[in-house]
Write a protein that binds this ligand. Structure first.
Ligand SMILES: Nc1ncnc2c1ncn2[C@@H]1O[C@H](COP(=O)(O)OP(=O)(O)OP(=O)(O)O)[C@@H](O)[C@H]1O
Length: 436
């Protein structure tokens, strides 16, 4: 737990409990760890509804949890199920439901029971796909997903050892039939792994490779963070000013990583853009330093608009890629455009719509309120700002400090992308204990 560290004084942890031996063992271990700190543990099972017996299994696991005094909740994956890519769809639905359960229970930490064998398997999969150093680092012991921190405290322990933990506690578990179903990629891979084991490609070796790659990646991340501290300034309206000279002076790998991170933060996408596209952009920016500014006219990539401006390069959200309108309830948190936390003032009497200000919205705002013009966000950023609308009229743009006459104070807009510019992300806890 120290390795996946960063807990509040009385930790509230949600464990993803499939009912398999790994997650039952993790629940047993966490139950003790949390109790010793006066915290709370909640076990959540996602019932994918893919097998007729899954509901009964979840209920049986719930009964076992009741005997252990661990609160247990079942969440169902509703809706149509795809006929291909079923396992991937189930995994993403499961993660979404577990994150939702965390938000509802006010838990910052989602514990998953991935173990050393899973890590080796992940590595094998990534090796077979020609992964770079990021992929070879395998699954991280801690990371973020949306607004929760995902922790994998069992990553160093073997499946066998976790089963032994359950046996020692006298608690049973459910065998997951999908693990033996060759229809699924992971199950296929497991079979291949068994074959490779005969060639000396042991789980230990693979897990060790992942550990070394993770250390190498940490060193690269450190250098990238140092470069970003010199080269980038992040603005609360969700844009970055980048110094291409500092970028061009850095080793190429570090420069590329820094640029990728900027695009990910501003574009709001958790998945980095394609390497080749970032390399082209990086080349163009470096040329603008050596050949001259005119050689880099700017471009769009990964939901961002990248444009040379006085004092460096501006990376802004691409106006046409911004999320559509979303209704927001007074006092309730909304994550808009995967980049902004928006909480309309609790003093509002009706829901408002959160949508981009847009070029027309900006023009109208400036015409009616000439004083907002002084704001120093670059022109290409302004249309992308989150605005609160009601009946087709902008009632507030908190990023600009604008509020229409008669509107209540207290609307909150905070830039909060899925990934931070550097270092790990930690969600913020509101005064009421919920994640904001
Ligand atoms: N149905 C479920 N309900 C709740 N938690 C689950 C469920 N299935 C899996 N988990 C959690 O996720 C962990 C990993 O599960 P699994 O090995 O099936 O991998 P995965 O979620 O498909 O992710 P990956 O493919 O990255 O390994 C489990 O140990 C458990 O903590």
């Amino acid at each position: 737990m120290a390795r996946v560290g960063g807990f509040e004084r009385a930790p509230r942890i949600l464990v993803g409990l499939s009912g398999g031996g790994d997650s039952v063992a993790l629940t047993l271990l966490l139950r003790r760890w949390v109790a010793a700190r006066g915290g709370d543990l909640l076990a959540v099972a996602v019932d994918h509804g893919l097998r007729p017996e899954s509901a009964a299994e979840a209920a049986a696991v719930g009964a076992a949890m009741a005997r252990l005094g661990v609160p247990h909740r079942v969440m169902r994956w509703e809706g149509d199920k795809p006929s291909s890519g079923l396992q991937a769809a189930a995994r993403s639905a499961r993660r979404r439901l577990l994150e939702l359960a965390c938000a509802e229970a006010g838990c910052l930490h989602l514990a998953l029971a991935h173990n050393r064998d899973d890590q080796a398997e992940t590595l094998l999969l990534r090796l077979s796909r020609g992964s770079g150093i990021d992929g070879l680092a395998g699954m991280a012991a801690s990371g973020t997903a949306g607004l929760v921190r995902v922790i994998r405290p069992c990553l160093e322990f073997s499946h066998e050892r976790l089963l032994a933990t359950c046996r020692a506690a006298g608690v049973g578990w459910v065998e997951d039939p999908s693990n033996r179903n060759p229809r699924f990629a992971r199950a296929r891979l497991r079979a291949v792994g068994d074959l490779l084991a005969g060639e000396g490609l042991s789980v230990d070796r693979l897990a060790d490779t992942a550990r070394r790659a993770a250390r190498a990646r940490a060193a690269l991340d450190h250098a990238t963070a140092a470069l970003l501290a010199r080269a980038a300034s992040l603005h609360p309206e969700g844009w970055i000013r980048l110094d291409p000279v500092a970028l061009a002076d850095a080793p190429e790998e570090i420069g590329l990583r820094a640029l990728t991170r900027c695009l990910t933060v501003v574009g709001g996408d958790e998945h980095p853009p394609r390497d080749a596209a970032v390399e082209r952009l990086y080349g163009g920016m470096c040329d603008s330093v050596t050949v001259g500014r005119a050689s880099f006219p700017g471009c769009t990539l990964a939901g961002c608009r990248i444009a040379p401006r006085r004092g460096g390069v501006v990376i802004a959200r691409e106006a046409t890629a911004v999320a559509g309108p979303q209704q927001a309830t007074p006092g309730e948190r909304l994550w808009w455009d995967r980049r902004f936390i928006v909480i309309p003032s609790a003093d509002r009497t009706a829901p408002v719509t959160v949508a981009a200000l847009g070029a027309a919205g900006w023009a109208r705002l400036v015409a009616d309120n000439p004083d907002v013009r002084g704001h120093d966000a670059p022109a290409l950023v302004r249309p992308t700002l989150p605005a609160l609308w009601s009946d087709g009229v902008v009632v507030a743009v908190p990023s600009l400090g604008f509020r229409r006459a008669g509107e209540p104070p207290g609307d909150v807009v905070r830039f909060s992308p899925a990934l931070p510019l550097a270092g790990p992300a930690f969600p913020v806890v509101s005064a009421r204990g919920g994640i904001i």
